[in-house]
Design a protein around this ligand. Structure first.
Ligand SMILES: Cc1cc2nc3c(=O)[nH]c(=O)nc-3n(C[C@H](O)[C@H](O)[C@H](O)COP(=O)(O)OP(=O)(O)OC[C@H]3O[C@@H](n4cnc5c(N)ncnc54)[C@H](O)[C@@H]3O)c2cc1C
Length: 444
């Protein structure tokens, strides 16, 4: 490849205690958590709205806050859900603790909470690099309408989903990064749907513990007529209510792709858009609920299940996860099944948890990188543990922990692995995070 050197002076336009990169479920909660902990905080987001996969990807519902009726993710993430419900934009589905939502009100609710916390927002700003001294990040570079700008911070949090900042800083990643990766899927919205039928009513409400919420009746028909109807690769289908009459979000397209490759991502976006309209035609032609339906929106961004994850101080293994290993530095939980969609084909391997799992603080940072934390999809977990932790509630839980930890490290000029752990856990409990006081010592 021919290399051209591109050098330009970059103005430092902001200096903060904490800068969070990526405003998805992990990032907007991390920013609120850092700001409420007293840190001067900025949040950088490539789009003109927050919510990440939930809004740009139309990924619904928000999973999963409870296990058999016992709440496991609390604090700021739960406050967000209650506030969204109070605004008429959320429906907390019990006993599973999934939250169906209306995407535009989701955007509004997180934006309000972020701004009320005093976070400075950099929207339409794309993280494109960083300046490092050894493993220490001095500044990040963002591209926006002003050109390229630099933001300095004492501590940075990578919530880009794809671990972009960690990648730019040369943090080692999980070997093989979980290949083959789980497939990408574009969600779409169908309007004009007869949502009153019993099978659609059941499929739209993801509220049953220990059950895959895909619409089994429609899936069997699709599998039986796959060749005859010319159906491409598909998953589910899963339908979710947007709380508006006659409207459902649909998750059924899929393609194997690596979203950290620009070429692959471009191909996937184009292929998935074709699939959306193909699937809409199939549903309309063969299932009476959809006979008057039409595509009223396609996700701005294809849904990304899996890309880069850091090789952290500790990598959560599937074995630890399913046995609910109690780490001394547990800072959040997970209750979603281990949910692995195969790269090619309609299969999905789901293992339901017997008990909710724990997340250690050490999975949020890498040795040798004293001022970088990660949260959400970029955390250090193997493919199995990640396949549960990737859902929104768990991402929010790690965001809450990373935000509070970053604020503590910034306030005391400490490396992220040097903060007072009991004090972090106390702060998280004060927020409402559910971190049990073990009656016996944590698992050795
Ligand atoms: C098909 C599919 C179905 C799913 N189903 C469910 C489900 O039913 N329930 C559930 O809870 N979860 C589900 N998930 C998982 C969940 O949506 C994501 O894993 C979760 O949103 C990850 O949160 P995050 O904050 O880590 O990352 P993201 O949601 O990906 O957010 C990352 C944010 O960073 C921004 N960003 C990225 N790179 C840059 C950059 N370089 N510069 C600036 N900004 C940047 C993005 O725009 C985005 O706002 C599903 C995912 C997919 C793809």
């Amino acid at each position: 490849m021919r290399i051209i050197k591109y050098e330009t002076p970059v103005p430092v336009t902001g200096s903060y205690d904490v800068v969070v990169c990526g405003g998805g479920p992990a990032g907007f909660i991390a920013a609120i958590s850092a700001a409420r902990s007293g840190a001067r905080t900025a949040l950088v987001e490539q789009y003109g709205f927050l919510g990440g996969m939930a809004t740009a990807g139309l990924v619904a519902p928000l999973s999963v806050f409870t296990y058999n009726g016992e709440k496991v993710i609390g604090g700021i993430p739960w406050e967000f859900c209650e506030r969204l419900q109070a605004m008429g934009g959320g429906l907390i589905e019990n006993p599973l603790g999934n939250v169906a939502f209306e995407p535009e009100l989701y955007k509004l609710c997180c934006q309000r909470m972020v701004l009320e916390a005093g976070v400075e927002l950099y929207m339409h700003s794309y993280l494109c690099g960083c300046e490092c001294q050894g493993g220490r990040i001095e500044a990040i570079f963002i591209d926006n309408k002003n050109g390229t700008e630099a933001l300095e911070a004492k501590v940075f949090i990578d919530c880009t989903g794809d671990a972009d900042l960690a990648h730019f800083a040369s943090v080692p990643m999980q070997s093989g990064e979980g290949r083959p990766l789980q497939p990408m899927s574009s969600y779409f919205v169908l309007s004009g749907v007869d949502t009153s039928t019993p099978r659609l009513q059941q499929a739209m409400h993801h509220n049953r513990q220990g059950v895959n919420c895909q619409c089994e009746e429609i899936r069997s028909e699709l599998l039986a007529h796959r060749e005859e109807w010319g159906i491409p690769e598909f998953g589910g289908p899963w339908f979710c209510t947007t709380l508006q009459p006659g409207v459902v979000t649909v998750n059924m397209t899929r393609t194997a792709a690596d979203a950290t490759s620009a070429a692959d991502l471009t191909r996937a976006e184009c292929e998935l858009r074709e699939q959306v309209f193909k699937m809409e035609g199939v549903l309309k032609a063969h299932f009476p609920e959809f006979s008057n339906s039409y595509v009223s929106a396609v996700a701005v961004h294809a849904g990304i299940r899996e890309t880069r994850r850091i090789l952290g101080e500790h990598t959560i293994t599937g074995e630890e996860y399913v046995s609910a290993f109690r780490y001394p530095d547990s800072i959040s939980r997970g209750a979603h099944p281990i949910d692995i969609h195969v790269a090619n084909g309609p299969a999905q391997n789901v293992t339901f948890l017997k008990t909710p799992a724990y997340v250690p603080y050490r999975a949020l940072y890498a040795p040798g990188f004293p001022n970088l934390l990660v949260a959400g999809r970029c955390l250090s977990a193997d493919k199995t543990a990640f396949a549960s932790l990737r859902v929104q509630a768990s991402c929010m839980g790690t965001g809450q922990a990373a935000g509070a930890a970053a604020a503590m490290a910034a306030a005391q000029d400490l490396p992220v692995d040097g903060i007072d752990l009991p004090a972090l856990i106390d702060r998280l409990r004060d927020f409402g995070a559910i971190i049990p006081r073990f009656s016996q010592p944590p698992t050795p």
